[in-house]
Design a protein around this ligand. Structure first.
Ligand code: GLU
Length: 481
């Protein structure tokens, strides 16, 4: 068995998207599983579409997800002589030819074909040029491309690991441009030549490349090279079953990370888009994925990207973090929300996080959830109302809470505050006191309970004053309303 070699071959045309991450992951996993090699190849042969910074983003993203490559990044733009040499070899063998047709002629041809309801195809016009004619044009530096000479009436077949036998007629293929007038190869030539020269054993990529594969198969046969295994991954679909695209929401990996999806969770989620472990297990770290992954568990049907599942999975990963680790990861979001962390004891911040950890779905939610710890909340006094009690009863409840707090000796533990309250409330309706107390502290409809919140405030030197101030504000609000 030859060494398994896979490659991730993105074009640097923007930020890496979710589909790219999935392709990279599967290629990485297959290489690791077989003790093979994972290669990063940058397909930067379309100069106009190359976006500065994409290469760095691709490399950084792979690093963020610990998908370490063994070779690369190899830039195709630095291998132009190799593609030129191979294009020349095809010309020498009669499998390719120079084409000098001007864009105007090609446009005209396409229009005619459209009118006649024919598929757009080059008409092999320049194949009729004699050797001398071609050489004269080349000497005169006429702009030209090199096209593949697709033979008529051939069946082109190959076996795809997921889709099985795929077969097309060569009559349906165009004489694809292999080398452009700027001297750059097209994707088809560069990818095929590189996959062979780099000893790639498994070409794993998105299903959108299936229509290109027959052209590549022809190229392999022109060169007399053995075929790698082809693995065309199912399309990624939105919940409305449309192809996942920017219009359907975020697709750039960077955007997901910025929203506070943990790389481990995102990777786990992406792994399950098209790969089915065939067990009940849903949580996989990278090591487990490497153990479990296999090509025969890849699905054929499109994989639906379900944002709710991603949120759920992210919550699972957030809950599994040690609070110190959560703190390290979430600090940038707290700072972005405007909280001056350096002004607070670390213990206070950790207690807040412990309160929120169980409910958090993504890190970016934190600012909204905990802002009441950092500034007095604004809220409608109606929120204070417990059941149908009137303002007088409500303010009495808040006064009772105030009295209990005043009598408490701070710093104080959560149990001690709780005991103080329960001793006072006795058999009375707990909600009547605890609901307005909680709203006075948070200004929110839903939050952790008042004892947990006061337990966090108790860490602050002025914790008791903050609590009392908020109770006073609530009482005042009732009188104003
Ligand atoms: N450069 C192609 C892309 O951006 C790679 C296709 C392939 O893997 O062959 O998706």
């Amino acid at each position: 068995m030859p060494e398994v070699r896979t490659r991730f071959a993105p074009s640097p045309t923007g930020f890496l998207h979710i589909g790219g991450l999935r392709t990279a992951l599967y290629e990485f996993l297959w290489a690791r599983k077989n003790n093979g090699k994972f290669i990063l190849r940058i397909e930067d042969t379309d100069v106009k579409r190359t976006v500065p910074g994409s290469l760095e983003n691709i490399v950084q993203t792979l690093k963020d997800f610990r998908l370490n490559f063994d070779e690369g990044p190899i830039l195709q733009s630095q291998r132009l002589d190799i593609y030129f040499k191979h294009a020349q070899e095809l010309i020498d063998k009669g499998h390719a030819y120079h084409c000098f047709c001007a864009p105007e002629r090609l446009d005209q041809l396409r229009k005619q074909q459209q009118e006649n309801k024919q598929p757009p195809k080059y008409d092999k016009h320049c194949l009729k040029l004699s050797k001398d004619e071609t050489e004269a044009k080349l000497r005169a530096n006429e702009p030209h491309v090199i096209r593949m000479n697709v033979p008529a009436g051939q069946r082109i077949s190959f076996a795809d690991v997921i889709h099985g036998q795929i077969s097309v007629s060569s009559d349906d293929l165009d004489d694809q441009v292999l080398l452009k007038s700027d001297g750059f190869p097209t994707y088809h030539l560069a990818a095929t030549v590189d996959d062979h020269l780099m000893g790639i054993t498994h070409v794993i990529r998105g299903e959108e490349w299936v229509p290109s594969a027959p052209k590549h198969i022809l190229l392999y046969s022109f060169f007399g090279w053995p075929l790698p295994q082809f693995v065309h991954l199912p399309l990624l679909l939105s919940k409305t079953r449309k192809k996942l695209s920017k219009r359907e929401g975020d697709v750039a990996v960077k955007d997901f990370l910025e929203q506070g999806y943990l790389p481990e969770a995102l990777l786990n989620f992406v792994a399950l888009l098209g790969w089915n472990p065939k067990t009940e297990q849903e949580i996989f770290n990278l090591r487990e994925l490497t153990e479990e992954f296999s090509l025969d568990k890849l699905n054929k049907a499109g994989a639906v990207f379900d944002p709710e599942k991603l949120d759920w999975l992210n919550g699972v990963y957030i809950r599994s973090l040690k609070v110190e680790d959560l703190f390290a990861r979430i600090s940038p979001y707290l700072i972005r929300a405007g909280f001056e962390l350096e002004k607070y004891p670390k213990e206070f911040l950790l207690r807040i996080l412990l309160l929120e950890q169980a409910r958090l779905k993504k890190l970016s939610e934190i600012g909204e959830r905990v802002k009441y710890f950092f500034s007095d909340p604004a809220y409608d006094p109606e929120m204070l109302r417990w059941k149908k009690v009137d303002n007088r009863q409500l303010s009495e409840s808040l006064e009772i809470a105030k009295k209990i707090i005043i009598n408490c000796q701070f710093p104080i533990s959560k149990e001690e505050i709780q005991n103080a309250f329960f001793a006072e409330i006795g058999d009375k309706d707990k909600g009547a006191i605890l609901w307005p107390l909680r709203v006075a502290l948070t200004g929110l409809e839903a939050s952790p309970g008042p004892f947990e919140i006061m337990d966090a405030f108790a860490v602050l030197p002025n914790g008791k004053e903050i609590i009392l101030k908020r109770l006073n504000t609530a009482i005042e609000k009732l009188f104003q309303s």
